[in-house]
Design a protein around this ligand. Structure first.
Ligand code: ZN
Length: 65
């Protein structure tokens, strides 16, 4: 295992040691974008608010009058 060889976090390809390449666990801008997409999807995981209970309760009591 050579510490100088890194693998892409997305496609698992070897990232060649290149001083001009910006640091990061990705082999290319494409894989970097894919990883950012994964994070964006996770942040949009908003819990759904259930309104069924409130609706049935209001309708039921109103009908009795
Ligand atoms: Zn990659």
């Amino acid at each position: 295992m050579s510490p100088s060889v890194k693998t892409c976090a997305i496609c698992k390809k070897e990232i060649p040691a290149d001083p001009k390449r910006r640091p990061g666990p990705f082999c290319s801008e494409t894989c970097r974008t894919i990883d950012l997409g994964h994070w964006a999807e996770g942040s949009y995981c908003v819990p759904v608010v259930e309104l069924d209970q409130d609706l049935t309760g209001t309708n039921g009591s109103h009908d009795l009058n």
